[in-house]
Design a protein around this ligand. Structure first.
Ligand code: ADP
Ligand code: ASP
Ligand code: MG
Length: 463
């Protein structure tokens, strides 16, 4: 049985959902062939309609600022968009029920936004409740659309299937509890030969409070579901042909990488390849489930990227280069402890306590530099460290991460990489123990040039 996850652009409008239906139909037909080893599934995981999550989150922020008119107008437009997209269901019996469901969800949101405007405060709990609506409704629409197009599907409420910790906006999944919740909600549907459709990104705590797995988290939902139910493959259907050699929004002549390893995929996702949520690979690794990235706009023509534990060797040392903007470098210079015992522990413990995750780290005798994506808690972190260190920050930085299992073959690669950058100032350099990646921190203003140079030198089309 396979899990098929469709991202925002793959469910953005009626035409996209029609393509999704054709893709799921082909998978269903393959599953029921006599030679198929498993007639169950597929299981479908969907994102919110393209761009909807940003809009829902804006509603929450506006409500918190007391912008009642803007909030009401955004909710009206969102309601209409969902009702319009629901036309893909056609004239079947399912349609009035789905329209009613959409209207109820939006009536509820109107009330909630009204209350938040009065309180002038939006807590993470309410952010999650509002953002989750996107996937709750999109999955309901897709389930009904599949059924009305002759593919018996059933909607699964993600709040009853994905169990998470109580934290909001990036809740950690509780795998054992999720496995048993999925056994109750999804297994019986598979046994009845129905296609379960579940909203990604969304879960609920043990107490039943709605949570989300963090932005881009529908990929993660798909791999959680796949790992808990022992899927044979997890497919991520998106708007590009697969894992590309660089971010296509920055580098034009990118190519698809046909096969990458779990390790390479994790590094690329972690350092900015948005096509995969950074945690996606983790559940798949445990069960050794292949992951495939596919283009929902070109299901026949594009072969996608296969991700498995190992990949066949190639001549290339580098597989792809990932990048991230909006990074802050924090320099922590020891005033008294001069790298005394426990200094590093105190630093990392301080970041941990303030729930700020650190990406790249470099050290010298008297200072430690780290990068963070989210600098919101830096004032508190600096205050906590002041007793032992001076803390300074530099914003508008970027990470470039060169990734390839092949790097292990050539310990001189780092020198070629630096040479290719041709004098672009480098703020930090880090080479991982597994030597699968070399990470550089540079100024954001230099990112485009740096990527173009690295791509042209190591990843360009061979002459
Ligand atoms: P979805 O809505 O399907 O989850 P996302 O927008 O989250 O899609 O991810 C797909 C996007 O990731 C692509 O459109 C592309 O612009 C971006 N991207 C960044 N780096 C890469 C890369 N190395 N390979 C493929 N896509 C990438
Ligand atoms: N809809 C969510 C987001 O935009 C989750 C996802 O699409 O993966 O972040
Ligand atoms: Mg995504």
């Amino acid at each position: 049985m396979i899990v098929m996850k469709f991202g925002g652009t793959s469910v953005a409008d009626e035409a996209a959902i029609e393509r999704l239906i054709a893709i799921v139909r082909a998978a269903r037909q393959a599953a029921i062939q006599p030679e198929s080893l498993d007639w169950r599934g597929p299981i479908v995981v969907v994102s919110a309609l393209g761009g909807a999550t940003d809009k829902f989150l804006k509603v929450a922020t506006d409500a918190g600022l007391g912008e009642t008119a803007a909030t009401a107008e955004s909710l009206r437009a969102l309601r209409q968009r969902h009702l319009d997209v629901a036309r893909v269901i056609g004239s079947s019996d399912e349609r009035p029920e789905v329209d009613l469901f959409i209207n109820r969800e939006f009536d509820e949101l109107d009330r909630l936004a009204g209350a938040l405007s009065v309180l002038r405060e939006v807590t993470p709990r309410w952010l999650d409740a509002i953002a989750a609506t996107g996937e709750i409704i999109s999955s309901r629409i897709v389930a009904a659309a599949l059924t009305s197009h002759g593919l018996a599907a059933s909607w699964v409420d993600a709040r009853k299937a994905i169990v998470t910790g109580p934290e909001h906006t990036a809740a950690p999944p509780l795998m054992a509890e999720t496995a048993s919740a999925l056994a109750t909600t999804v297994d019986p549907l598979l046994a009845e030969r129905r296609i379960p459709v579940i909203g990604g990104f969304v879960g609920a705590s043990r107490d039943g409070v709605t949570t989300t797995l963090g932005r881009g988290g529908s990929d993660y939902s798909a791999s959680i579901v796949g790992a808990c139910l022992g899927a044979s493959e997890i497919q991520i259907w998106t708007d590009v042909d697969g894992m590309l050699t660089a971010d296509p929004r920055i580098v034009r002549d990118v190519q698809v990488v046909p096969h990458i390893s779990f390790g390479e995929a994790s590094e690329l996702a972690y350092f900015g390849a948005k096509v995969l949520h950074p945690a996606t690979i983790q559940p798949a690794v445990g069960q050794n489930i292949p992951v495939r990235i596919l283009n929902s706009q070109r299901p026949q023509d594009a072969r996608g990227t296969l991700i498995t534990r190992d990949r066949p060797p190639t001549d290339r040392l580098l597989t792809a280069v990932a990048s991230k903007k909006g990074v802050t470098v924090v320099d922590i210079t020891s005033t008294r402890m001069l790298m005394a015992h426990g200094f590093l522990a105190k630093i990392f413990d301080t970041f941990e306590r303030h729930r700020t995750s650190v990406d790249v780290v470099t050290t010298s005798e008297v200072s430690v530099s780290v990068t963070v994506d989210d600098p919101r808690r830096l004032p508190e972190i600096s205050a906590a460290l002041r007793e032992v260190a001076d803390v300074t920050r530099e914003d508008d930085m970027a990470i470039v991460c060169a990734v390839g299992d092949g790097l292990q073959r050539d310990p001189t690669f780092v020198s070629h990489l630096l040479e290719a950058l041709g004098g672009i100032p480098i703020r930090m350099v880090s080479q991982a123990a597994a030597r699968r990646n070399i990470t550089l921190v540079i100024r954001e203003a230099d990112l485009e040039t740096a990527l173009l140079r690295v791509h042209e030198r190591f990843l360009g089309v061979p002459a």
